[in-house]
Every structure is written in structure tokens, then in C-alpha cells.
Design a protein around this ligand. Structure first.
Ligand SMILES: Cc1cc2nc3c(=O)[nH]c(=O)nc-3n(C[C@H](O)[C@H](O)[C@H](O)COP(=O)(O)OP(=O)(O)OC[C@H]3O[C@@H](n4cnc5c(N)ncnc54)[C@H](O)[C@@H]3O)c2cc1C
Length: 413
């Protein structure tokens, strides 16, 4: 690579900013341009539903790098700029004004967009999604209102973002109703048994959590959301509605450029797309995983943090593979947890420790009794052991696994 080369990065979130950092850390001497739709310096999103929403952190505390860093590392930051097209044959990307920028290598880090719900009232004022700092501010303003009394928030969807906002809205004194169509919150990630742990936690903190239910309509008065109507006709009033029903990866640019795309942009373990001069990282990357032996696309902070080191090496022509296990975390009320691995849908879950007291480990096992994923709740020194169990690929002794007296290093006979 020479100082004449231009590397473009589309998407100025965590993954895009980290990629610029990793390229400079590997002494890439050429030009780096980072394009981002948002006007802010690249920032991390987890605090938007946690410490920032709770008023415990400021945006500057979770920007990826301060403004000076981009200048000092010669990274041209084009904020407020949405790339509208890629011509892979010509090696150019198109700017909003129709002009083009040449690249030698291109990285896509375009992240995800929240899904919406196709029901009447979904476009009313006071209906929110949560992806950006402005979204977080808007939900907060809506429940705080103009008085000192916090209002009511209706959350549609009991996934991670919905449950975190429910917890912090309660922390701010708001009334919260959560509507979920599945039998438990977080069902897709954790299954019914562990979902029930979170359901109990939220109900104990006064959340009106309604599962096995559907929201038929967002009730609006004068164009402004005033509540939600359930399938049985019941209306629950609310000052604001948060639609938190997941996100879809922003893959249109990649698809329109002719890259291989399914649920995400298909990349190999080196994070190269079907075009060897284009890599993809973060939420959009559906990567072949050498340890798990399957393609993995996750919307996790750790993925956006760590994949860029591999993508940078690949852009520079070095050998590298991304083989970290998927990892994510959540904080709700006093509960802190980490989850590592990828559980099959039919996995059996077993626990070790005090589930009721929220100090426990949970393991997801396949039908050969191998640990495929693990979660530590309120226990902070088990992460490495859980990872070792997953990567060992060996069956566990169930009695030993669930017995806190047996070290985790001794549970594979
Ligand atoms: C509220 C919230 C809480 C979360 N909490 C957790 C958590 O607790 N744990 C966890 O593991 N994960 C969490 N996540 C997920 C995590 O934040 C994401 O996985 C991570 O942000 C992905 O980073 P990314 O860089 O791939 O995408 P993003 O952060 O989405 O960044 C992509 C950027 O690209 C921009 N962009 C898109 N298209 C273009 C274009 N054509 N031109 C220019 N720019 C473009 C977008 O505007 C965006 O700024 C949370 C997410 C949210 C929203």
C-alpha cells in the first residue's frame, strides 16, 4: 500500500470509526475518508438506552474518538453525508450531490435501521424508535413532559432496547407498559425460561408487562399518540410510544452495487465481500465463522468494536480471520449480564447458582450436551471459563455443570 492509495469507509458509527483507527495503527499511509449520515462524531449506541437515557453519561463520554483525533490521524470525516451509490467496476462511490469519489479499497459499515410496525397510528407524533442520540433525547423529553411529573410510556416489543428503556423510564419515575406478542420478553435471544427471569424482574419494578398480546393500533388524538389499543380492544393511555421491534441491516447500497447479500452483506472470515476490494463490518456483516462453523450476523457492540482490526488487515492485504465468539451485555435495574456464544433454537438451558437472587450462570446445550452459549448474571469472573467450554466442543457432565462447588474447568469429563 502506498501513500497514494485512498480507502473510503461508508458509515461513521463504532465500526467505521474503529476501522479508521485500525488502518492507522497498521501504518496505512494513504488517504482515509469516513462518510457518515449523522452530524455527530461517531459514537457508541449502548448508552442511548442505558446511562445516557438515565442521565448518568454525556454524549462526549461515549464518542469513539474526540474531534482532534481525526485531524491528528489524517482521517477526513465527512459528517452529514450519505453515500448514495457504489460503482464497484469504476471503484467510485457517489455523493448526495451526484459527484463521485475514487477508492482503492472500500469498507461498508452502514449499521442498522429500526423496524417499524404496520398498524394505524404508527406515523403519529409521539411515536418513537431508538437508534440515534436524537431518538434517545426525544423519548426522554416525551416522558418528562413540561412538568416535574414523569408521564406514561408504552413500549411495543420486549427485546433488549425495549426492556432497557422500560427499566430506565421506571428509574426516571415514568409509568411503563410493555406489549409483547411472544410468551416472554427476550424470547428470541434467551428462550422462555430465561425470558421469564427478565419478566419477573420488570414486573417487580412496576412495569405493566403484557405478553402473548398484540397491539392493533396506536391511538392518536389530533395527530399525536395518546395510547395503544390491544387486539382485544383494551386501550392503555400513554404520553409516548416507543416501537422497539428490532432492526434491519442497511444493505441496500451493497445490494445495488451487486455484492452478495442475504440477511446481511455476505463476507468470508477475513470480512471480504464478494468483491475483493470491498469489506463489510459491524451490524451488516454476515460473516463465515471459523469456530462456530456457520455464518453469523449479530447486532452487537463487541462485534463493531472488534471486527475492524480484521477488516483493516484484509484491506492492507494481510491474512486475518475474525473468530471471536459473539458477545453482548445488558444492564437493567441492578441486573448486569453478559452473554457469549450462539445458542441453537432448540437448545436446552441449564442454570448454576442463585437464579432467584440474580447471581447465576446459564448454559445453552445442544443435544450432544455441548455448551453452545453461556450467560453470567451478577457474576463477573466466569467469562473465560464459559468461552473455554464453548470452544472446547466437548460434552459436559450435567451434575457437575450445575453444581457451584465444581470448578467450571472440571465439568467436561
Ligand atoms: C439503543 C441501543 C442500545 C444498544 N445496546 C447494546 C448493548 O447493550 N450491547 C450490545 O452488544 N449492543 C448494543 N446495541 C447494538 C450496537 O450499538 C450495534 O451493534 C452497533 O452500533 C453497530 O455498529 P455499526 O458501526 O455496525 O453500526 P451503527 O452504529 O448503526 O453505525 C452506522 C452508521 O452508518 C451511517 N450510515 C448508514 N448508511 C450510510 C450511508 N449510505 N452513507 C453514510 N453513512 C451511512 C448511519 O447513519 C450510522 O451512523 C445497541 C444499539 C442501540 C441502538
Amino acid at each position: 500500500m502506498s501513500g497514494e492509495d485512498t480507502f473510503l469507509i461508508v458509515g461513521a458509527g463504532l465500526a467505521g470509526a474503529r476501522l479508521a483507527e485500525e488502518l492507522r495503527a497498521r501504518d496505512f499511509p494513504g488517504r482515509i475518508v469516513l462518510f457518515g449520515t449523522e452530524e455527530h462524531l461517531p459514537y457508541e449506541r449502548p448508552p442511548l438506552s442505558k446511562e445516557y437515557f438515565a442521565g448518568k453519561k454525556q454524549l462526549r463520554e461515549f464518542t469513539v474518538h474526540p474531534g482532534d483525533w481525526y485531524r491528528d490521524h489524517r482521517v477526513e470525516l465527512r459528517l452529514g453525508t450519505t453515500v448514495t451509490g457504489i460503482d464497484a467496476a469504476a471503484h467510485t462511490v457517489t455523493m448526495p450531490d451526484g459527484s463521485t469519489e475514487h477508492y482503492d479499497k472500500l469498507a461498508l459499515a452502514t449499521g442498522s435501521t429500526p423496524r417499524t410496525v404496520p398498524i394505524p397510528g404508527a406515523d403519529a407524533d409521539g411515536v418513537h424508535v431508538l437508534r440515534t442520540v436524537e431518538d434517545s433525547d426525544a423519548v426522554l423529553a416525551a416522558i418528562q413532559g413540561e412538568t416535574d411529573h414523569a408521564g406514561w410510556l408504552a413500549v411495543i416489543g420486549a427485546g433488549w432496547i425495549g426492556m432497557e428503556i422500560a427499566a430506565n423510564a421506571r428509574g426516571r419515575g415514568a409509568g411503563v407498559v410493555v406489549a409483547e406478542s411472544a410468551e416472554q420478553p427476550l424470547l428470541g435471544s434467551l428462550g422462555a425460561e430465561m425470558g421469564a427471569v427478565f419478566a419477573d424482574l420488570h414486573r417487580a419494578h412496576g412495569v405493566d408487562l403484557r405478553t402473548n398480546t398484540s397491539v392493533r393500533e396506536i391511538v392518536a388524538y389530533d395527530g399525536r399518540a395518546s395510547g395503544i389499543r390491544f387486539g382485544d380492544g383494551t386501550v392503555v393511555p400513554a404520553d409516548a410510544v416507543l416501537v422497539a421491534v428490532g432492526a434491519r441491516p442497511n444493505v441496500d447500497l451493497a445490494r445495488d452495487a451487486g455484492l452478495a447479500v442475504e440477511d446481511g452483506v455476505l463476507v468470508d472470515a477475513s470480512l471480504a465481500t464478494s468483491d475483493p476490494d470491498i469489506v463489510a463490518v459491524g451490524d451488516i456483516a454476515a460473516a463465515e465463522h471459523p469456530v462456530l462453523g456457520t455464518r453469523v450476523r449479530v447486532e452487537h457492540w463487541a462485534n463493531a468494536l472488534n471486527q475492524p482490526a480484521v477488516a483493516a488487515a484484509t484491506m492492507l492485504g494481510h491474512e486475518a480471520v475474525y473468530d471471536r465468539l459473539p458477545y453482548f451485555f445488558t444492564d437493567q435495574y441492578d441486573l448486569g449480564m453478559e452473554y457469549v456464544g450462539l445458542a441453537p433454537h432448540d437448545a436446552r438451558v441449564v442454570t448454576r447458582g442463585d437464579v432467584h437472587g440474580l447471581q447465576f450462570l446459564a448454559f445453552w446445550l445442544d443435544d450432544e450436551r455441548r455448551v453452545r452459549a453461556g450467560m453470567n448474571v451478577g457474576i463477573w469472573d466466569a467469562g473465560d471459563d464459559i468461552r473455554s467450554l464453548i470452544t472446547s466442543g466437548r460434552p459436559v457432565d450435567l451434575d457437575a455443570l450445575t453444581d457451584t462447588a465444581v470448578p467450571l474447568s472440571d465439568v467436561t469429563p
